[in-house]
Structure formats: structure tokens, C-alpha cells
Write a protein that binds this ligand. Structure first.
Ligand SMILES: [Zn+2]
Length: 198
């Protein structure tokens, strides 16, 4: 009998320990959940801090810039759009591999136009700037794929114009401006030339 009593005592003790551990875990979980809730509440309150951003959003942006994602042209392109065209803060910026090639390719045309359409409709876009560039490896296999620089220039410009026509068919209210970016060398420095294609 004393052995049975001991067993009973041990069982009660084990059960009590388990219960205490469970209670500790539960209270921990409660604290974590409460902390999460608090941080969620903070997140909900945060936008007030950025109210200026949301107010500005109501002004929309009237332009869409479409360019290739080639990193070599990114800084120069942003500088051109922001400073020389004076459009800083007023445009959506879409950079896709090969730029307009995606617009002319039957397989990707609809997808790309639909994505552009979201931007055009949501942000009340009225003007589109499309840029093509020299040595576009993704779109044309690079300069090495052309016999002469002039051939490359003519090909990209022709495609830019085709892209403008496509955009015009889909979004007749848009004004489309085209630019060709050439890489020049001045005093052993790389210089980017932005030429408007009419
Ligand atoms: Zn490119």
C-alpha cells in the first residue's frame, strides 16, 4: 500500500508540474500576443506620420517613364528625367529588361500593355516617356549584333516609333515622347547623349 501511495503522490506531483508549466507557457503566449497587438496598433497609427505622402498622392502623377533596366543607364536616365526634363516626383517609373522590345513582342505585348494600363488609369497619366538605348543586350543582343552603329540606331528608333503607335492605339489620350540614349566618349569618360526621336 505505501508503494501505491508513493505512486499516487508522484503522479499528483508530475501533474501539478505539468499544469504549472502549461500556465507559464500560456501567460507567455498571452504576453507575446498582447505585444503583437500593440505593435499592430502602432502600425495602424503610423500612417498619420506620413499623412503628407498620402495627401500628395491625391495630386497624382501625370507621367509614365518606360525604360530598360540596364544598370549602366539608370543614373544617367534618372538625372535626365529629373533635372533636364524637370519631372522629379511627377512620374511612375517602369524599367523592364529590353524596354520596348516587350511591347513589340507578341508574346509579352498584352501583359506589358495591361501593366502600363494600371499605372495610366490609377495615376491619371497623360504623358509617356519611352527610352531605348545603345548596346541593349537584353532587347537586341547588344551593339555587337549590328554591323554599324547607325544600323543599331535606326533599328531602335524604328522600334521606338512602333511602340509609340502601339501605345497610341491602346491609350489614345496619351502623348508619347521618345528618346534614344547613345554612349559617347569624351576625354576617356563615358557620356550619355539623350536624343529626342520625333
Ligand atoms: Zn537594355
Amino acid at each position: 500500500m505505501p508503494r501505491a501511495k508513493n505512486l499516487l503522490k508522484e503522479s499528483v506531483l508530475s501533474f501539478s508540474i505539468m499544469l504549472i508549466l502549461l500556465l507559464i507557457n500560456f501567460s507567455k503566449m498571452h504576453v507575446i500576443l498582447a505585444a503583437d497587438e500593440a505593435s499592430n496598433n502602432n502600425q495602424l497609427e503610423k500612417p498619420a506620420k506620413y499623412s503628407k505622402f498620402f495627401d500628395e498622392k491625391k495630386k497624382w502623377c501625370d507621367s509614365l517613364v518606360i525604360t530598360c533596366n540596364d544598370f549602366r543607364f539608370n543614373t544617367a536616365t534618372q538625372e535626365f528625367i529629373n533635372n533636364r526634363l524637370g519631372m522629379k516626383g511627377t512620374y511612375d517609373y517602369i524599367s523592364i529588361p529590353g524596354s520596348i522590345r516587350n511591347l513589340l513582342d507578341r508574346n509579352t505585348r498584352d501583359l506589358v500593355l495591361n501593366k502600363f494600363g494600371v499605372s495610366v488609369l490609377l495615376h491619371h497619366v497623360k504623358r509617356v516617356i519611352i527610352l531605348g538605348h545603345q548596346d541593349c543586350r537584353i532587347g537586341y543582343g547588344g551593339t555587337k549584333n549590328f554591323k554599324e552603329t547607325l544600323d543599331e540606331y535606326k533599328t531602335v528608333c524604328k522600334d521606338l516609333k512602333k511602340a509609340r503607335t502601339r501605345m497610341g492605339i491602346r491609350f489614345p489620350h496619351l502623348k508619347v515622347y521618345l528618346y534614344y540614349i547613345a554612349i559617347l566618349s569624351e576625354n576617356h569618360q563615358r557620356v550619355y547623349n539623350f536624343e529626342q526621336i520625333m
